[in-house]
Design a protein. Structure first.
Lengths: 147, 81, 147, 81
């Protein structure tokens, strides 16, 4: 499963390297304490589960086709996460580092671009809003506290 | 024919529900369904163009013809990572 | 210390992320089971210790100057390593992923370019040689078995 | 003046030792020391140009003037990572 409600086991993902792999590139997305100048206390990740699984599998196949020497392992969290928790982990292993970096970077870029996952940020005053990466700062729908 | 329509995140808030079943004329296209939905839900009418749409968990374009039993979702801007 | 004779504690390096860091990029160099078509059983890393420490510190300062939002943590192994062991680990943390990837990639590239570390590859037949990345395949000095 | 000369990896194998102390005329430059060393050690003479050199753990060029007590190393191609 690519999507999990439990903490991501980064060590398990890293252990996917094969004996012929000399390079391992890991990317972790971590919940930050602020976004566009506003303090964040936690984030709720909502996932369209079956489609997210299919889309992440498609991305993995696509990347292993484009970088045939690379192998990917990745997971995305769902549910409520506190600051400092890992929201997404991508590991790309390859014989050499150039492919490992390129495959890892492409994977996280494509995850953010197309996997149906949404996040609602919660602030210290109890207010929250859905994050819309396609809009500029200050243009987001602010929802009332307690939503 | 009937399709099952799913709402996520801000669209779920706008629709006030997570899913609904809709009876549609045979041959209805995804873009036509969006046209109906966005007229009914004022906060979705603000979208100038159809947002990304999925049928049976795959991205499709507005020309896609719906079939009985399809699972359809219009997706707010994704924000994974 | 940037250079260690003990196994690298990857989890400890990863824990360096600050609350404002949303992106963590880790690169691991791992001992491969072959190099340029020859099977490898282990690698001996020789280090000019005080200079390697100074050079890695210089690289860290340089990268944190070029990517002011990024912070680096890194370690390189010394001594004899078996296939699958981590020889080098670089962690770059930053508010956003672009800087994390760029700083991590630059760090490993510069480590390989200038830190005074050498490696001798050992093969199944007992033979070994110093690896010279500046030479093409087959142009290395082969040393007799038992060296 | 005296400098301490260090040999690593393939250069250590070529020199048959890891370090030595050398008496040099005042004002000797790094490039001049390399010239002497590479004449004495046949396997180093194959180098067309001076390899990277370090004085007191910092990279220097051949024009650098050595001082009493310096730690000097000529470095074979590095292969970390």
């Amino acid at each position: 499963m690519y999507v999990t409600f439990s903490p991501i086991d980064v060590a398990a993902l890293l252990s996917a390297a094969r004996p012929s792999d000399g390079g391992v590139c890991l990317f972790l997305g971590v919940v930050r304490n602020e976004n566009e100048g506003r303090e964040t206390v936690s984030i709720q990740y909502e996932v369209y589960g079956p489609m997210a699984e299919a889309e992440m599998a498609r991305i993995a196949r696509q990347i292993e086709t484009e970088w045939p020497d690379a192998r990917l392992a990745m997971q995305h969290r769902a549910g409520r996460l506190e600051v400092g928790e890992v929201s997404v982990a991508v590991v790309a292993t390859a014989p050499h580092r150039a492919e490992a970096f390129a495959a890892c970077r492409a994977a996280i870029d494509r995850i953010k671009h197309s996997v149906p996952i949404w996040k609602k940020e919660f602030h210290p005053d109890g207010s929250s809003e859905w994050v819309d990466p396609t809009r500029g700062s200050g243009d987001r729908v602010i929802e009332p506290s307690g939503d | 024919m009937r399709v099952n329509l799913l709402y996520f995140a801000s669209f779920r808030d706008a629709a006030g529900k997570a899913e609904e079943s809709r009876e549609l004329p045979d041959g209805t296209r995804v873009g036509q369904l969006w046209h109906s939905v966005s007229r009914e839900i004022p906060r979705l009418a603000a979208f100038q163009t159809m947002p990304p749409a999925a049928v049976n968990q795959k991205y499709v374009d507005g020309e896609t013809v719906l079939r009985d039993g399809d699972e359809v979702a219009f997706l707010p801007p994704v924000a994974g990572g």
